[in-house]
Write a protein that binds this ligand. Sequence first.
Ligand code: GRF
Length: 181
Amino acid sequence: MVYNVGVLISGSGSNLKAIIDSDINVKFVVSNNHNAGGLCIAKKANIPVYSWESLSKLESEVSKLILKYNTDLLILAGFMRLLSSNFIQSVPKLSIINIHPSLLPAFKGANAIEQALKYKVKYTGVTIHYVDEGMDSGLIIDQATVKLDESETISSLQKRLQKIEHKLYPSTIKRILDSRK
Ligand code: GRF
């Protein structure tokens, strides 16, 4: 089975790497940050990379890339901008997904891990969800939980969650695409 996807990133790209290392065919990688580490990961894998800081420019170019590369799914992997309503409405329904480091709907937004620690939750986790016009508010596709240790820190929790993400994201992407073929 061939899985064609496009990936949007802003940062280090560890999830992008996990996706590339699975059997998923990443046709393009786009960033809003010219210095995103993930761009080097993509270049090393000979994947076309693009970056635009302006969100409207980025969205209009991504629309063209989706058509050019005939991708089945747009994957947000640490993409730190909220896509506009216009863009979301211009692509097919349920064609954009995101991964978030909390058990949504708890702790939406940029500092989910810090929030979970602040509230001293006993369990947190990872959520994969479809992207709608809200912030981390789309339909939930899959979740995985972790139990917090007494001595948990932001960095230890981030490491544990990312380890889960790197397995869960590729397998969920494949499951979604398999179910559509
Ligand atoms: C991930 O932890 C993901 O949950 C969040 O942003 C982070 C991106 O990390 N949305 P990376 O760039 O994939 O390493």
